[in-house]
Design a protein around this ligand. Structure first.
Ligand code: NAD
Ligand code: ZN
Length: 342
């Protein structure tokens, strides 16, 4: 089969012929239809320090996928050949206390499809049946290919109660933008999103109607005052990984405010913890998606009117992956989807 492989320990990816994965008794072989390009894939493409330290070479990459069931392991009873599916890319263990208590997303043995295990940028991918999420007819293959990052956005947006709350989001990347749309959908009052890139803020306006955008160079305090929030925002989402953004949230949240942090800083950084202590802020890390509550709520919200489709800005046939990755690296695009054919 055709697969996009990290074939050499240097920048780039290579489309190669590789064997179709052999599945075990508890696995599913998924025939891939569409895949999403993630920031993680860009790190692997560019071959930065993180990628060098984590990614085995050679390995097929990619973890955001939709497809149909092509083959079932002998123990798998609850799925059917031909069924449309997506699924969780975090493959967990079942030995830890967290896992045995049903908190699967907290299992320390987690390995990532397309990061530690052969990935989904291929005609076929092997996924444990446990990870498979069947798709309703209302979610098409393109939308299904970005359920993984939408799940990140849903996970963070449901970390704290947002009903009637004012939310400040730092970082209008695809996940920050989708988190803004979810915050609006679940009943936040004002949702303000910041970014230094105006193209990204325009995309936020298109994708999440009613969201208020402001460039990081703008006067956020004046904006908050104008919205009648003299004491600050109730909840913050850090979606950029930029150290300055966490300080912005700390400064502009109310006393007792809550910050959920999903952006991954590239290295340790200085932060004014005295400010956090004196404002009695709560800071919560958010990783991946809750298995499988985030998936349930995400599909339910898509059925009850959540629409994030404008965040998908570019589509390429899989063979044009180089052009797709170049668009992603330039930074102005939203989600980019690769088409692997029917
Ligand atoms: P992205 O890189 O496309 O977007 C980040 C955005 O932040 C960019 O638009 C950038 O211009 C903006 N930005 C930079 N500095 C800023 C600042 N000071 N204030 C406000 N915005 C600023 O990323 P993405 O794909 O949307 O992902 C968002 C973040 O989440 C990344 O850091 C990514 O590594 C991380 N991530 C975490 C998880 C998780 O499970 N925790 C999962 C996926 C991605
Ligand atoms: Zn991803």
């Amino acid at each position: 089969m055709k697969a996009l492989v990290k074939a050499e320990a240097r920048p780039g990816l290579w489309m190669q012929q590789v064997p179709i994965p052999e599945i075990g008794p508890d696995d599913v072989l998924v025939k891939v239809t569409k895949t999403g390009i993630c920031g993680t894939d860009l790190h692997i493409y560019k071959w930065d320090d993180w990628a060098r330290s984590v990614i085995p070479v050679p390995m097929t990459v990619g973890h955001e996928y939709s497809g149909t069931v092509a083959e079932l392991g002998e123990n798998v009873r609850h799925l059917k050949i031909g069924q449309r599916v997506s699924g969780e890319g975090h493959v967990i263990g079942f030995k830890s206390r967290a896992s045995r208590a049903g908190r699967f997303h907290l299992d320390p043995e987690t390995r990532g499809v397309g990061v530690n295990l052969p990935g989904a940028f291929a005609e076929y991918v092997k996924i444990p049946a446990f990870n498979i999420v069947p798709l309703p007819d209302t979610v098409d293959d393109e939308l299904a290919a970005i359920l993984d990052p939408l799940g990140n956005a849903v996970h963070i947006a449901l970390a704290f109660d947002l009903v009637g709350e004012d939310v400040l989001i730092t970082g209008a990347g695809p996940i920050g933008i989708m988190s803004a749309a979810v915050a609006r959908h679940v009943g936040a009052r004002h949702v303000v999103i910041t970014d230094p890139n105006d193209n990204r803020l325009d995309l936020a306006k298109k994708t999440a109607p009613g969201v208020i955008t402001i460039n990081t160079a703008g006067d956020l305090q004046a904006l908050a005052n104008g919205l009648g929030m003299s004491e600050g925002f109730d909840v913050g989402f850090e979606m950029s990984g930029a150290p300055a953004a966490l300080s912005t949230l700390t400064e502009h949240l109310v006393m007792g405010g809550k910050i959920a942090m999903l952006g991954l800083p590239s290295k340790p950084f200085e932060y004014d913890f005295a400010r956090l202590v004196l404002k009695m802020l709560t800071l919560k890390g958010i990783y991946g998606r809750e298995m499988f509550e985030t998936w349930h709520k995400m599909l339910a919200m898509l059925q009850s009117g959540l629409d994030i489709r404008p965040v998908i800005t570019n589509r390429f046939p899989a063979d044009q992956f180089d052009a797709a990755f170049q668009s992603a690296i330039q930074g102005g695009a939203g989600k980019i989807v690769l088409d692997w054919g029917e």
